[in-house]
Structure formats: C-alpha cells, structure tokens
Ligand binder design. Structure first.
Ligand SMILES: *[C@@H]1O[C@H](CO)[C@@H](O)[C@H](O)[C@H]1NC(C)=O
Ligand SMILES: *[C@@H]1O[C@H](CO)[C@@H](O)[C@H](O)[C@H]1NC(C)=O
Ligand SMILES: *[C@@H]1O[C@H](CO)[C@@H](O)[C@H](O)[C@H]1NC(C)=O
Ligand SMILES: *[C@@H]1O[C@H](CO)[C@@H](O)[C@H](O)[C@H]1NC(C)=O
Ligand SMILES: *[C@@H]1O[C@H](CO)[C@@H](O)[C@H](O)[C@H]1NC(C)=O
Ligand SMILES: *[C@@H]1O[C@H](CO)[C@@H](O)[C@H](O)[C@H]1NC(C)=O
Length: 288
C-alpha cells in the first residue's frame, strides 16, 4: 500500500514577506504537510523539526519516531492529523529567540524518495505598552520644555512619532530617542521632545510597531504656559498671601489700637500738663 503513495516535496523560496509572524508569549502553528489520499501508518512516519541557530548547528526542536514523540519542549504535533500527512508544529510561549527558519523533515518507511523537507520562516513581534508622557523640565529662560515619552516590552524596534497640538511633529532634530533591549530581547524606548513653548500646547507620543501595523498612543499631555497656570491653579500662593495679609492687618490694627490707647492716656496726662506748658512760658516770659 505504501508504494502507491505519491509524495510531493515542495521547494520554498524564503523572503521576509513570506515569514509567519508569531506574537511573543503566544502560540504559533508552523505548517508542514504532505498530500496523500490514503491514511498513513504513524509507525511508518519519521518527522523532525529543526531550527536554525547562529552559534550552533541546527537544533532538533521536535522529533516523532514510530508513533511517538522523542524530542519535544514547547512543541507539539497534531497527533490525529499526522496519519493524514499533516505534520504541522504547534510552538507555544514564543520568544524572540524563536525567530528564524524552521525545517520540517519527514520520511515515510517504504518510500524510496527518502527525506522530504520544507522550510518555514518565523518572525516574532510584541506589542508595546501604552506610552506615557511626562514633562521632564519646566520652561527655562528661552522657554524650552522637555517632554519625555516612555514605552516598553515590544518587538521589534519601534518608530516614535510625536504630535504637537494634534499635528504630526516633523523636526527630528528636536527629538532624542533612545532604545534599549532587556534580557528577553524586548525593547524599551525613551524619547525626549524639546519644544520652545510660547503658549498652551498639547503633546502626544505614538509608538509604532511596523511589523504588527499597530500604533500605541499616549494620552494627550497638556502643558499650560506660566500665565495660564497662575490664573488656573493659584491655590497655594493665594493661601500664603491671604494668611500673610491677615497677620499684617491684625498687626497694624493692634498697633493702631495701642497708639490710640496711648494717645488717649497721654491726652488726659497732657491735659494736666498743658496747664504747666501754658504756665511755663507765661512764667518764663517775664524772665527773658
Ligand atoms: C525502493 O528501492 C528498492 C531498492 O532500490 C526497490 O527494490 C523498490 O522497488 C523501490 N520501491 C519503490 C516504491 O520504488
Ligand atoms: C542556539 O543554541 C544554543 C544552545 O542550544 C541556545 O542556547 C541559543 O539560545 C540558540 N540561539 C538561537 C539564536 O536560537
Ligand atoms: C493541520 O492540522 C491543524 C490542526 O488541526 C490545522 O489547523 C491545519 O489546517 C492542518 N493543515 C492541513 C494542511 O490540513
Ligand atoms: C532637554 O533635552 C535635551 C535633549 O535630550 C537635553 O540636551 C537638555 O539638556 C534637556 N534640557 C533640560 C532643561 O533638561
Ligand atoms: C501610526 O502612526 C503613524 C504616524 O501618525 C502613521 O504614519 C501610521 O500610518 C500609523 N499606523 C497605523 C497602523 O495606524
Ligand atoms: C491656556 O489654557 C488655560 C486653561 O485652559 C486658559 O485659561 C488660557 O487662556 C490659555 N492660554 C492661552 C494663551 O491660550
């Protein structure tokens, strides 16, 4: 029965566009199949899935021999599908290191064409966190304000866009973007936008993942100019000024009151002394 099988081995031309895209942390199914009308005996099938490796020779990530899995880790075949010639591989918990080429090698006992192979290219992608914007410095003498945008945990490297007052900001010389990789190979990005602020501005940061064709957009950051802020949030200075004024007014009142009381006292004293004052010149008068 085996020799009636017609095995078709397909040659794949690999380009990045043909790559399967897997999401980091999720599961991906890498296809590999053989067209067959009849059911295969699993004991007659040998399947090996290999992964390329820069530092070592190809690594066998899965092997299926005589109806049993011999090597497996995060991988799994669809057992009920194998006898139908479907040798697709399920790879779970995808990581950055899984990027590359996967080769499906299979051999059916009794078939003289011996080994067949198919190569599949896998690329991975990870979503960035929603970026957030902070103001990292207040306006200096020349009205320059720095805005900082941060996002993390994505792959591959992102494109950073800023929008100012809802318009895409084009001056790349005013933007300073740094990217770093964590131990899992995921990127963190910090971008600083330096603006010369003359009025109120709203700033938004957009992190673009081209591979996922996905943008993560920060909430709009509102920056109000100094004069606007004084009119808007004067609570603390007003309280300070008010309490200072209260203390001052009370002090002045106390002083005035004390002066008035002194005056009253001295007026009564003066009333008696006035007689002397009047008398004195009168008395002095004749001395001159
Ligand atoms: C496979 O090869 C062997 C020896 O070369 C031959 O005897 C046999 O007929 C071949 N079988 C098929 C299915 O071609
Ligand atoms: C290559 O193989 C080594 C040893 O198994 C492994 O530690 C390393 O992560 C592999 N590198 C890639 C890029 O798959
Ligand atoms: C192989 O099996 C998987 C899992 O059931 C299925 O999703 C896939 O479409 C099958 N491939 C073919 C070529 O039938
Ligand atoms: C603003 O950012 C630029 C570029 O990152 C930096 O050179 C400058 O020192 C920053 N200014 C302030 C006031 O933090
Ligand atoms: C992401 O944002 C950039 C800049 O605004 C834009 O050019 C691009 O088309 C957007 N991509 C998606 C998928 O929305
Ligand atoms: C800035 O915004 C504040 C609060 O929305 C507003 O009161 C003020 O008039 C604005 N200033 C300018 C220059 O637009």
């Amino acid at each position: 029965t085996v020799h009636l099988l017609s095995l078709t081995s397909v040659c794949f031309l690999i380009s990045a566009d043909d790559c399967l895209t897997a999401i980091i942390g999720e599961t991906v199914q890498i296809p590999c199949s053989l067209k067959t009308e009849t059911s295969l005996k699993t004991e007659d099938i040998l399947i090996e899935w290999e992964k390329d490796n820069i530092t070592a020779k190809d690594i066998t990530v899965h092997s299926f021999i005589k109806g049993e899995d011999k090597i497996k880790d995060r991988t799994q075949l669809f057992i009920s599908e194998v006898s139908r010639g479907n040798f697709s591989l399920r790879l779970s918990d995808v990581s950055v290191a899984d990027e590359g080429e996967f080769e499906c090698i299979y051999h059916i006992n009794g078939d003289n064409n011996s080994k067949h192979q198919a190569v599949r290219c896998l690329q991975v992608a990870g979503r960035y966190s929603v970026p957030y914007v902070t103001r990292s410095s207040s306006a200096s003498k020349n009205s320059e304000v720095n805005f900082t945008c941060k996002a993390a945990g994505g792959y591959p490297e992102p494109k950073v866009h800023w929008s100012v007052n809802k318009e895409l900001f084009q001056e790349s010389s005013r933007v300073n973007t740094r990217k770093s990789k964590d131990s899992k190979g995921l990127y963190s990005v910090t971008s600083v936008l330096t603006l010369t602020v003359t009025g109120n501005v709203s700033v938004t940061c957009i992190i673009e993942n081209e591979r996922l064709e996905k943008n993560e957009t920060s909430v709009e950051f509102q920056y109000l100019t100094q004069s606007a802020k004084e009119a808007g949030i004067p609570l603390v200075p007003v309280v300070v000024v008010l309490s200072a004024a209260t203390v001052l007014i009370t002090l002045v009142l106390i002083i005035i009151l004390m002066k008035m009381m002194k005056k009253k006292k001295s007026m009564t004293q003066n009333a008696s002394r006035e007689d002397d004052d009047i008398q004195a010149p009168l008395r002095q008068g004749p001395d001159n």
